[in-house]
Design a binder for this molecule. Sequence first.
Ligand SMILES: CC(C)(COP(=O)(O)OP(=O)(O)OC[C@H]1O[C@@H](n2cnc3c(N)ncnc32)[C@H](O)[C@@H]1OP(=O)(O)O)[C@@H](O)C(=O)NCCC(=O)NCCS
Length: 196
Amino acid sequence: MGLTVAFRSSRAVPIPGHQVEMGNPGERCVDHIIMDATEADAGLLASVIRESFADVAERFGLTPENSPTHPSNCTPEWVRSAFAKGVRFYLMRAAQGVVGCVALEHAEADVCYLERLAVLPPFRGHGFGKALVNHAMDRARELDAHRVEIGIISADVELREWYERLGFSVTTTAQFEHLPFEVTFMRKVLMNNTIS
Ligand SMILES: CC(C)(COP(=O)(O)OP(=O)(O)OC[C@H]1O[C@@H](n2cnc3c(N)ncnc32)[C@H](O)[C@@H]1OP(=O)(O)O)[C@@H](O)C(=O)NCCC(=O)NCCS
């Protein structure tokens, strides 16, 4: 699966050889494509992740000193190391250019972790985030995963509620020595259908 193309308009022309997803009428998601990223995209991915998580860092008082591993500090080297571990990255492009990305780690035979979900601030609220989650779910199904797991900042209640609307449920919470915030873990059991 190299490239998924999603079009809201039925007049849109599919790219030959690539899967086409038609957006449902009434959905907010505007035309976009989601591509498999490669190591050559490490710089681009790192900047999309850094810029998308900057407001999260600001909201929760996270700095490079108190949270050096937070995605707001993401570097191309982090992304390259993740590729080396087998993490898959997907880049989303819309008419405006690159608008976001997501990563998927095949952690265990039947479990994938959804990571680095990021939509650049000017492009939020158009359904891109949901489309990226849906894309990661579809790729996880192809890997025969039975569930997808995420970890979020517990205090980010809006984000937790958003994931709940996408079918995720809270499993547990945990405090880590290297993080100044509590982490809430959520999971979604995969069915055959994409998120509606
Ligand atoms: C979470 C994120 C990817 C959503 O992207 P998006 O393109 O705006 O998502 P959608 O358009 O599909 O959905 C927007 C909805 O999410 C809600 N939402 C999601 N996370 C939110 C948050 N942290 N704070 C406030 N609202 C949030 C919006 O209010 C909006 O609600 P609505 O559907 O009721 O209008 C984006 O906000 C982002 O990149 N945030 C920073 C990075 C981050 O927290 N990533 C997740 C790490 S696990």
